[in-house]
Design a binder for this molecule. Structure first.
Ligand code: ADP
Length: 217
């Protein structure tokens, strides 16, 4: 589903990724661990097509992403990739329901259909009684579940999560981790998770150790 071949990335004189070869199967839950500054976030941004490599190839669902024009890439990203960040990044002026609907609306789903899908997703994540709340009125764990619902709304091929439980207490952390596995069971959802959390990493199907821009084997 996701393949990278010899991805290199530098920022000025600093080479952050030094030839990354990766292959991720549908339904796999993969974690990326490694010391701070190892290049984990940079790699996730590149897999998410939010940043482009200096050289190397990224293929998602058989599409070589470098071949897409800017507009095509934005549409491809919206349809195929869901993002969950450490800080939920929900839009504060919108309700939970509206936040979840946004990627569907960007994907040109009709408002009524987007609302129906968003409600189903929030329902699945046990947030039906929080739909009309704005982010400031939700707990940390609820906000992160809304962010997961938003990431899921277009049934993306993969969800990329950067320290998703980094700002949660241990109870909410546990719930979020369980949710990832439930989503895999329900939708065969694929996840790539950057984490410092040894316990989460140890529970995933595969742990990728990134040190100084190189995958350790
Ligand atoms: P990690 O997620 O493993 O902590 P990052 O991918 O965030 O590592 O960063 C790897 C290195 O690249 C760090 O030294 C960081 O300072 C640098 N870096 C990341 N993004 C940029 C950028 N946009 N401009 C310059 N340097 C960057």
């Amino acid at each position: 589903m996701i393949q990278t071949e010899q991805i290199f990335k530098s920022f000025g004189p600093l080479t952050v990724l030094k030839g990354i070869d990766l292959s991720i199967k549908p339904g796999e839950i993969v974690s990326i661990v490694g010391p701070s500054g190892a290049g984990k976030t940079t790699l996730l941004q590149i897999i998410g097509t939010l940043d482009s490599p200096d050289s190397g190839k990224l293929t998602i669902n058989g599409v070589e992403t470098s071949k897409l024009k800017e507009k095509e890439l934005a549409a491809f990203r919206n349809r195929n990739i869901g993002f969950v960040f450490q800080f939920h990044q929900l839009l504060p002026e919108f309700t939970a329901l509206e936040n979840v609907m946004i990627p569907a609306l960007i994907g040109k789903v009709k408002a009524g259909d987007a609302e129906k899908k968003a409600k189903e997703m929030l329902d699945f994540l046990k947030l039906s009684d929080r739909m009309t709340h704005k982010p400031a009125e939700l707990s940390g764990g609820e906000k992160q579940r809304v962010a997961v619902a938003r990431a899921l709304i277009n049934h993306p091929s993969v969800i990329l999560a950067d320290e998703p439980s980094g700002s949660l207490d241990s109870h909410n952390k546990e719930e979020l981790h369980q949710l990832f596995f439930e989503l895999r069971k329900e939708f065969n959802q694929t996840f790539v998770i950057v984490t410092h959390d040894e316990q989460l990493a140890a529970n995933t199907d595969r742990v990728i150790h990134l040190i100084d821009g190189v995958i350790q084997h």
